[in-house]
Design a protein around this ligand. Sequence first.
Ligand code: MN
Length: 148
Amino acid sequence: MIKVLIAEDNAVNRELLRELLETHGYAVDEACDGQAALEMVEHMRPDILLLDIGMPILDGFAVVRRIRENPSFAALPVLAVTAYAMQGDREKILNSGFDGYLSKPVNWAVLEEEMNRLLKEREDRNAAPKQSNESHAARRAQAAGSGN
Ligand code: MN
């Protein structure tokens, strides 16, 4: 079963995401602030992290930065789930270590497609670490270029 960690400070949003994911057969755990999210990443070893941006203690940007700094978790797929919807925010998010971006309210079809894409990319990375690291870096560089 695929393990998803939801890091989100709003209880209603957490519950909605949990129900969506559990209904579709995913195992779900929850963190309600950024510090708890980092601790749960370490202890629960999720397959994918759905990370809110606006959270107490550590926001989503700080959480994803710390995850990318840690070699054990650098390859963890991290999907931003946020109400920030401006074009500039989207680019900032994609240039900050997130692998993808979803705006609230979350649409299941879009969420599932993004999760499948990220999990497939992780599989490909595990199968061919060198090549996929390059493609990962290339994608980041491309995202950075499109920010101008
Ligand atoms: Mn929030």
